[in-house]
Design a protein. Sequence first.
Length: 157
Amino acid sequence: MPELCGSSEGAGLRVCVVVSRWNSFVTGKLLSGAVAALLQRGLADEDITVAHVPGAFEVPTASRWAAESGRFDAVVCLGAVIRGETAHFEYVAGGAAEGIARVALDTGVPVIFGVLTVETVEQALSRAGGKDGNKGEEAALAAIEMANLRRLLSPRA
Ligand code: INI
């Protein structure tokens, strides 16, 4: 029985990281975690592109541009939506999540959800390099694995 699993080797992959400026005290830490993980897994510095957007709601749009460009093997989406600070939390968080999922399914490019949707600033910080790890790093590793799995599952030449 064939079993496939994308490797965690990043050399030769090209990744776009889309990161939101809203709550940049959190998203900056997610970005650092993501870039460090990509470099650590072997991506070349010039194969990592960082695209900045105003807020989480804009992340799906930029991720679609990146996915459709044909220039990237995967797109990592980073943001932080914090309920305590956001009256329209459900709309912003839901729009980001649904939009990112749609871009991944519509384009077939791995588009990874690294947007924190949390209740408090403390929860956000603990998932951005604090006691609960770094969601940016996790998203970067998921991007590498999915990009490599996609190659294994692509149609025969
Ligand atoms: N964007 C975020 O990324 N996080 C938030 O917590 C947030 N809040 O609090 O409103 C937020 N709003 C901005 C939104 O993403 C868009 O940039 C804006 O609505 C313009 O479309």
